[in-house]
Design a protein around this ligand. Structure first.
Ligand code: FAD
Length: 413
């Protein structure tokens, strides 16, 4: 690379993928600016994140130190049956952190003058070896490379690969957080400090401890994070869930405060009848449960001309693999490494795509396999029966939120 004249990358999206990409590109000798649509800080988003060793490796490469106060250490996995009795246990050491914690670590590595807020990408002009980003406020920016890190409803992807659309998977993830000190002692003893599963028919409940507010890791100040996957047929049930009290339908996702009280009441009723009493208590005590419809997004290409697409913008895998942030980090790392090694940008982009396409496809496929039994109205009876083999306590505890399948070349357990 010509050290006297740094090349310039325009990174669209200032969340996980965007921060990883911009920081690592700068470390590879590029000039990189982030353009984020939201005009306030992104702190406060999301909930718990299960991490993997691979994520720590990339965080270190980005100048962050994940060895101190990174999250809550979890050793055990447990499954509770409907009556609250232990149905299985497995040792599986892992760290759970929060979206905020990772965001703050990364944000500190990105100079303020390189992080532009209130910049919504509208369209791209890709002309040979230059690329121009046009923003909704009428401004534009020019660079040698544009990185689409703008999430699963990516405008960048819509511009360069318009045929790729998110596909609803047929179920939603209900999420919520409960303060540790709100859990009654017997519930705390059974569910806190572990990753705990509940497995009603065609459903999956999972909870695990995460830091409290402002990354508070002191015992008594942490929180219990749950995700409960439940089928919701698209045209009727999902529509109801995403409709607020004024009758407005939020096709792209309903803001948590607008979820109707009847919808929350029926979630709590289902929790009482379907989950172990300890897990029911977690759902009941969560002050503001919210839901996210689960989608698949799979791009045929991660590179089009001088545009590279990373993170959820390229591949939105189902959360059962818990690979979203790790995948975003590794996409960014592969891109920066390729641009460090190859002076020719087109050759670097081709190398990046060769490395990341197969891995991301395997993660997508794994997510579909693990979530198959949550799609009873979409799969044939034969496919559903096959998917059921991922639903037993031992299998769930050994397969959910682990990346071993990437190491041994297997796609199914
Ligand atoms: C239920 C659930 C549980 C999960 N659990 C885990 C887990 O345990 N572990 C894990 O690793 N991952 C998990 N994930 C996934 C993880 O949260 C995502 O994969 C990750 O946050 C994706 O980051 P991203 O930067 O690619 O996209 P996003 O976080 O979606 O960021 C995209 C950014 O681009 C901005 N943007 C969008 N359009 C434009 C535009 N036109 N112009 C400028 N900016 C724009 C947005 O405002 C946003 O800031 C989970 C997800 C779900 C739904």
């Amino acid at each position: 690379m010509n050290a006297s004249k740094p090349r310039r990358a325009l990174v669209i999206g200032g969340s996980m993928s965007g921060l990883f990409a911009a920081i690592l590109l700068r470390r590879a000798g590029w000039d990189a600016d982030i353009y984020e649509r939201v005009d306030v800080g992104l702190i406060g988003r999301g909930a718990g994140i299960v991490t993997h060793a691979e994520l720590r490796t990339v965080l270190r490469a980005a100048g962050c130190d994940p060895s101190e106060d990174f999250g809550v250490e979890i050793t055990m996995r447990r499954t509770l049956d409907r009556t609250g009795v232990l149905a299985g246990e497995l040792v599986c050491p892992q760290t759970s952190t929060s979206w905020d914690r990772v965001f703050r670590m990364l944000r500190e590595q990105c100079p303020d003058e390189r992080y532009h807020i209130g910049k919504e990408l509208q369209c791209i002009d890709d002309a040979g070896d230059r690329v121009v980003a046009h923003f909704a406020d009428g401004t534009s920016a020019e660079g040698d490379l544009l990185v689409g890190a703008d999430g699963f409803r990516s405008n960048v992807r819509a511009d360069v690969l318009p045929a790729v659309k998110p596909v609803y998977a047929g179920y939603v993830g209900w999420r919520g957080l409960v303060d540790e000190d709100a859990l009654p002692a017997p519930v705390h003893a059974d569910v806190f400090e572990a990753m705990v599963f509940g497995l009603p028919p065609n459903e999956q409940f999972i909870c695990y401890p995460v830091a409290g507010r402002d990354n508070d890791l002191r015992p008594g100040h942490r929180r219990c994070n749950f995700v409960w996957y439940r089928p919701a047929e698209e045209s009727s049930e999902l529509r109801q869930l995403l409709t607020d009290a004024s009758g407005r339908f939020h096709a792209l996702g309903i803001p948590p405060p607008l979820v109707r009280t009847e919808v929350i009441a029926s979630l709590r009723e289902a929790s009482r009848t379907l989950l172990a009493p300890q897990l029911d208590a977690v759902v009941r005590l969560a002050p503001l449960p919210f839901l996210q419809p689960i989608f698949d997004v799979e791009t045929p290409h991660m590179v089009v001309g001088r545009v590279a697409i990373v993170g959820d913008a390229a591949f939105l895998a189902r959360p059962h693999v818990a690979a979203g942030v790790t995948k975003a980090a590794e996409d960014a790392m592969a891109l920066a490494n390729a641009l460090r090694v190859h002076d020719d940008v087109a050759a670097a982009l081709a190398a990046f795509q060769r490395e990341r396409l197969p891995v991301n496809r395997r993660i997508m496929q794994r997510g579909r396999e693990l979530g198959g039994y949550l799609q009873p109205h979409l799969l044939s009876p034969v496919a559903l029966a096959a998917a059921e083999r991922h639903h037993g306590p031992e299998t769930v505890m050994s397969e959910i939120a682990v990346l071993d399948f990437l190491k041994d070349g297997r796609l199914s357990g």
